[in-house]
Design a protein around this ligand. Structure first.
Ligand SMILES: *[C@@H]1O[C@H](CO)[C@@H](O)[C@H](O)[C@H]1NC(C)=O
Ligand SMILES: *[C@@H]1O[C@H](CO)[C@@H](O)[C@H](O)[C@H]1NC(C)=O
Length: 335
């Protein structure tokens, strides 16, 4: 059903020494193509093409930015989005998660998550700059809060976890949207104003996109919206993302996989290949673990095609022959 051309630009999530492995939890299906290596270690990458270059940001201390002339690198670190900890006084403000880079009205924006594992005391922050290269980013602080903070008592912020932002402009009417969410009440889409503040903040326009009503654990997260007429595609990751080394491996199939549903309206309702609503646990698996080597792919984004290049689905994954330790870069140990 998905007419998007899939090209796996793949980013190594973890670099580590060999780990004792339990091979029967790894799928060796060949149903999914092997990745085209991205040649960079990244957790939750976000990529923007600008001026014949690719810019990649990822979760990390102050949100590092990389530039490459091609999608397979070489990637050069050119700076960070934040100059210090986020101004949002929550959780991991020194090392925000899952940032998204976007271009809107002649300015660059970075949405980022401040949170703590397993808690919904979170916020999505926003920073902006007139240049990707200059380092002249301004941190605007929180766009939305969950758990505590201004607006966190308003629906749907009172039932969701404000992490994993994605940004989408509906080309039909030029309106900007934020998608976000992880576990709890799932994934929502919020209408934004032209200055990217939340529209009508005491009663925001909120579309519920993805939800698992029946399961006690609700591991849907990391949304991304794309459009190819006449359909809007709501992408997300489902399953266990990480910490396999200290928390163990889930049963085969319960690790991260990349899922999607589609709708003819940006507000939904989104359904999968079998017609099952994404609000009823639906979501067609587009890409999962394979070849005994690609494990728990997720953290997706789609780079729109340009010239001869088709749309590109990019994602991170664990390479089972490298290991599962949390990626640690020299930069990540800075305060
Ligand atoms: C969230 O807000 C909605 C709308 O005000 C309300 O109906 C609902 O009970 C609230 N949920 C929680 C868990 O506070
Ligand atoms: C996994 O890592 C091994 C060892 O570096 C490499 O040979 C292989 O191509 C990698 N596979 C994938 C799918 O990244």
């Amino acid at each position: 059903m998905v007419r998007l051309t899939l090209l796996g630009l793949v980013l190594w999530l973890y670099l580590a020494a060999a780990t004792p492995l339990n091979p029967h939890v790894f799928s060796d299906t060949t149903d999914y193509p092997l990745p085209n290596p991205g040649n960079i270690a990244a957790h939750d990458p976000s990529i923007l093409e600008y001026n014949n270059n690719f810019y990649l940001i990822k979760g990390g201390v102050r949100i590092p930015i990389f530039r490459a002339p091609k999608l397979d690198g070489p990637w050069t670190r050119i700076g960070t989005v934040l100059h210090g900890p986020s101004t949002i006084e929550k959780g991991n403000r020194r090392r925000p998660w899952a940032p998204t880079v976007a271009w809107w009205n002649n300015r660059f924006y970075c949405f980022y998550s401040v949170s703590q594992t397993g808690k919904r005391n979170s916020a999505i922050g926003l920073a902006s700059s007139d240049s990707l290269e200059s380092g002249a980013w301004t941190d605007h602080g929180a766009l939305i809060h969950t758990g505590t903070g201004p607006g966190s008592d308003i629906y749907p912020f009172n039932v969701t976890n404000a992490i994993d932002p994605a940004f989408f402009v509906d080309l039909d009417n030029g309106k900007p949207y934020l998608q976000y969410g992880s576990f709890w009440d799932g994934i929502f889409q919020i209408a934004l104003n032209d200055d990217l503040s939340v529209g009508n903040p005491t009663n925001p326009t909120a579309d519920h996109l993805v939800y698992l009503p029946d399961e006690k654990r609700k591991p849907n997260e990391g949304p991304f919206m794309s459009h190819r007429a006449p359909f809007y595609y709501a992408w997300f990751s489902h399953g266990k993302c990480c910490r396999f080394e200290d928390m163990g491996f889930p049963e085969k199939g319960n690790e991260y996989s990349i899922r999607v549903g589609r709708a003819t309206n940006v507000h939904g309702p989104f359904v999968d290949r079998d017609g099952k609503s994404l609000l009823e646990g639906g979501g067609s698996i587009v890409y999962g673990s394979s070849h005994g080597e690609v494990y728990a792919p997720g953290g997706i984004g789609i780079l729109p095609g340009a010239g001869d290049r088709p749309d590109v689905l990019y994602y991170h994954y664990h390479n089972t022959s490298i290991g599962f330790k949390q990626e640690v870069c020299a930069q990540d140990t800075l305060p």
